[in-house]
Design a protein around this ligand. Structure first.
Ligand code: ADP
Ligand code: MG
Length: 252
């Protein structure tokens, strides 16, 4: 199905997606939907395919079977040009921040605009400054990545993901490597961006406090499939045996 772009379709839809690497089956009938304005968290054991799932949503990976639709369009059927247009509508926050070490904070944030748009330098500078303000680091432009903390690198990564005004943001473990206090400030920022900008988000994370702060729903990925999907209160109180085992609450 390669439905044309429309407003009623979910922002992301995975339908019965299968993906293997060699002999290793990672996704085996994975389905999920992300509605407009919603934040869905994906949780699951390490190595289960959470990052692989995000990479399907950006079109870095394509399914062996099944389909991945983003903005109502099947991503594996998109032309290179269509894919580039789709990617302008998405922001991706990498686990390690993925800043370029020899570029200043401001130039890192400006990169997607310099690479993908014909905007004039004045306009680029103004947009970058607004994004730095949005993530609460208004004076960081001239700093180099080696001079800033892990929490600030995350903020810069988020500012860069926001620079093209995306409708959809994908976060890969936004709390990884952060102490609890800084993690809380990042989670509050993610929530604030959802509320202020109305973006849809997919958040891969295993920190419970993060999920409680940011997620409308939580999906547990295991064995290549969505095992449970529920609102956070329901999810964390669930008596589902797989979740009980994951959280160490089983009596066995
Ligand atoms: N491009 C790739 N080529 C081969 N194997 C991969 C590739 N990407 C991921 N994998 C494998 O898929 C599995 C799931 O990876 P990943 O999605 O990164 O796990 P996680 O749930 O921890 O994010 C891992 O075993 C990983 O080694
Ligand atoms: Mg991962």
């Amino acid at each position: 199905m390669s439905a044309p772009s429309n407003n009623t379709a979910p922002v992301i839809r995975f339908s019965d997606v299968h993906k293997s690497f060699g002999e290793k089956k990672i996704l085996a009938g994975f389905s999920m939907e992300l509605e407009k304005g919603q934040t869905l968290a994906i949780m699951g054991p390490s190595g289960v395919g959470k990052s692989v799932t995000l990479k399907h949503a950006i079109g870095i990976l394509t399914p062996d079977a099944g389909s991945v639709e983003v903005f109502g369009q099947e991503i594996s059927k998109a032309t290179r040009k269509e894919l580039a247009e789709m990617r302008k509508r998405m922001g991706y926050v990498f686990q390690e921040g993925a800043l370029i070490n020899w570029l200043s904070v401001g130039d890192n944030v400006a990169l997607p605009l310099r690479e993908n748009t014909d905007l004039k330098e004045d306009e680029i500078r103004e947009r970058v400054q607004r994004r730095l303000e949005l993530v609460h680091i208004p004076d960081a432009w001239e700093l180099m990545p080696s001079e800033i903390s892990g929490g600030m690198k995350k903020r810069v990564g988020i500012a860069r993901a926001l620079i093209t005004d995306p409708e959809l943001i994908l976060y890969d473990e936004p709390n990884a490597g952060l102490d609890p206090e800084i993690a809380r400030s990042i989670n509050a920022l993610i929530r604030e961006l959802q509320e202020r900008l109305g973006v849809s988000s997919l958040v891969v994370e295993h920190r419970i406090d993060c999920i409680r702060t940011v997620a409308d729903e939580v999906l547990f990925l295991d064995g290549g499939k969505a095992v449970v999907q529920a609102k956070p209160e329901e999810f964390f109180n669930s008596s589902h045996p797989r979740l009980a085992r994951f959280f160490g609450k089983d009596s066995a």
